[in-house]
Ligand binder design. Structure first.
Ligand SMILES: Nc1ncnc2c1ncn2[C@@H]1O[C@H](COP(=O)(O)OP(=O)(O)OP(=O)(O)O)[C@@H](O)[C@H]1O
Length: 205
């Protein structure tokens, strides 16, 4: 996948200014940078959710993209398990079973019937993670995926994500260098001073 000279402006202000990056077919690439530097905008452009002013993104045409948004975006009027089942393509009963399996995998057994409003912030995040993984794909866009999780659930979710997305490319946006260190093969610093992460490749853009 190749991003060449991507430029995106909002209200006359350059958010992405001739941004270029070549990404591998699989593995985890972390984008690290201060709030407001354009990380979410970049993911939205890759996903095709935001138009851009100039430049190109190629190599995404045949990819199935699973996007974990920064916000959970759960449908409030259906249960946690139904939120997961909603992205599945099988028969109703099969989807329900599959959704229950994902609820177990993210440590939410017994919470299937709860509405999002009845879940804690961390539980909602785990449902959103389960929904993204259940949908699956060859490109995962992960915008602060472990936001609102306690350290133990975060570790569990990192390990689950590693297991379930082995053959895919993951683009991970995070403010947390420890997270980058645990997951990423390469970390790009989008702006600000260089930061070193143990044993990992860190590049400034
Ligand atoms: N729809 C929009 N309309 C106008 N400006 C926007 C819009 N979306 C984002 N911006 C602006 O673009 C800039 C980049 O926003 P973006 O959400 O991509 O940053 P970010 O690096 O993901 O930040 P964070 O780490 O806080 O999520 C910000 O200055 C923001 O105010």
């Amino acid at each position: 996948m190749e991003i060449i000279d991507l430029t995106k402006t909002y209200e006359g202000k350059n958010v992405l200014d001739r941004f270029s990056l070549t990404l591998p077919g699989k593995g985890t690439v972390c984008l690290y940078g201060p709030s407001g530097c354009g990380k979410t905008t970049l993911l939205n452009c890759i996903a095709g959710l935001e138009p851009y002013d100039s430049g190109s993104i190629t190599g995404t045409e045949d990819l199935k993209i699973a996007y974990l948004f920064q916000e959970d975006r759960l449908l409030p009027w259906i249960s946690a398990a139904e939120n997961i089942a909603a992205v599945l393509r099988g028969r109703k009963e099969q989807n329900r079973e599959e959704a229950r399996k994902w609820m177990r995998l993210v440590g939410l057994e017994g919470e299937d019937e709860k509405l999002p409003a009845q879940l804690s912030g961390g539980m909602k995040r785990r449902v959103a993670i389960a929904r993204t993984l259940a949908y699956g794909g060859n490109l995962f866009l992960l915008d602060e995926p472990f936001r609102a999780l306690d350290p133990e659930s975060k570790e569990q979710m990192i390990s689950l994500m590693k297991n379930k997305t082995d053959d895919a490319l993951k683009i991970l946006v995070t403010h947390d260098l420890q997270e980058a260190e645990m997951l990423a093969d390469v970390t790009y610093i989008l702006s600000g001073p260089p930061v070193r992460i143990n044993k990992k490749t860190v590049r400034n853009l």
